[in-house]
Design a protein around this ligand. Structure first.
Ligand code: PBG
Length: 320
């Protein structure tokens, strides 16, 4: 076996998988203030103003990164019980989408559909007085949010809320309103995970989250259930599906991509980023090497693309 490993040229020739900037979706946080504000739990990651986000879109274009996934930081003053900010046609996300599209029309924009950034309780849905998250009332609100993003010029909506039936409802509303080309990337298999910790800090929902999300996100013990989720989302009109978190769930990525043969994205989430960065900063691992290795592992498992906070850095490395 070692004959084929003796030099870079032959290793490259026989490599079964490749990683290019075209595989990456850059996860970007936006905020309503000025300039860039660092996120403490994500070293090297800033929340960007709308203006900075437009620059990031241009940067993506020059690096060959095909798309950006946008996540808003909404301060306490912008949150309420019902997450009304989520459906505002002039809210932060619609404004960022318009500015980014104007700056770099060829870069795909993917928006997050869920209420957590906008609710005072930090849940992805509405919250009933008895502590339950009502499914259908939440779906109605998510449809309004998705329409606001479509009207602003987003290319893809990515419902990350894990309510039942939301893909069908969003698809129907898009068709009714003439958004027949809108793509839906369903967070089909999204697990109730501790790896989202730094993200909740980044979008300002960490302090406020009451309870956990286990009544709507999947149990990490389950794998067959992920296939049922994906089958439903595809039947309801999803164009692409996502598995989340990433590396600890590569078995799910592989099962989904081999079972369905549909575009399957994986999300290297905030806690995965933070782990790599923390160990690298301590000198315990070679960060640059581990970043590229982790991204290649997604490809090997069958992911068609990877949503990652490392996209800019990885694309720089790949282009160098
Ligand atoms: C929720 C959402 C979450 C992430 C993306 N969309 C967090 C959650 O479900 O609590 C997490 C992403 C990450 O950790 O990087 N709408």
């Amino acid at each position: 076996m070692r004959r084929l490993r003796q030099a870079p040229w032959v290793r490259g020739l026989v490599a079964e998988n490749t990683l290019t900037p075209a595989d990456l979706v850059w996860a970007v946080f936006v905020h309503d203030g000025e300039g860039r504000v660092p996120v403490g739990s994500l070293p090297g990651i800033d929340r960007l103003s709308v203006e900075e986000a437009a620059k990031a879109a241009k940067r993506a274009e020059s690096l060959g990164i095909p798309a950006i996934a946008l996540f808003p930081y909404i301060g306490p003053e912008g949150k309420d019980e019902e997450g009304t900010g989520a459906v505002d046609p002039d809210g932060l996300v619609p404004r960022a989408v318009r500015a980014m599209k104007a700056a770099a029309p060829g870069v795909g924009l993917i928006t997050d559909v869920a209420l957590d950034a906008y609710t005072s309780h930090g849940h992805d849905g509405l919250l009933d007085p008895d502590g339950t998250i009502p499914n259908d009332a939440t779906v109605e609100r998510l449809v309004q949010q998705a329409l606001a993003h479509a009207k602003a010029g987003a290319d893809v909506v990515a419902p990350s809320d894990m309510m039942d039936g939301r893909i069908a409802a969003i698809r129907e509303a898009f068709d009714e309103e003439g958004f027949t080309n809108m793509m839906i990337l369903a967070y089909a298999a999204k697990y109730a995970s501790g790896f989202y910790g730094p993200y909740r800090d980044a979008i300002g929902s960490a302090q406020s989250l009451s309870g956990d999300k286990k009544t709507y996100q999947q149990d990490p013990a389950n794998s067959d259930e992920a296939l049922r989720e994906v089958a439903l989302d595809l039947a309801e009109g999803a164009d692409m599906v996502m598995v989340k978190p990433g590396l600890p769930y590569l078995d799910i990525v592989q099962r989904v991509s081999s079972t369905f043969g549909v575009p399957t994205l994986a999300y290297q989430v905030s806690g995965e980023y933070a782990q790599i960065m923390a160990a690298a900063q301590n000198g315990w691992i070679d960060g640059d090497r581990v970043i590229m290795e982790s991204l290649m592992c997604f490809k090997r498992a069958g992911a068609s693309g990877i949503i990652t906070y490392f996209a800019e850095k990885a694309a720089e490395t790949l282009g160098a």
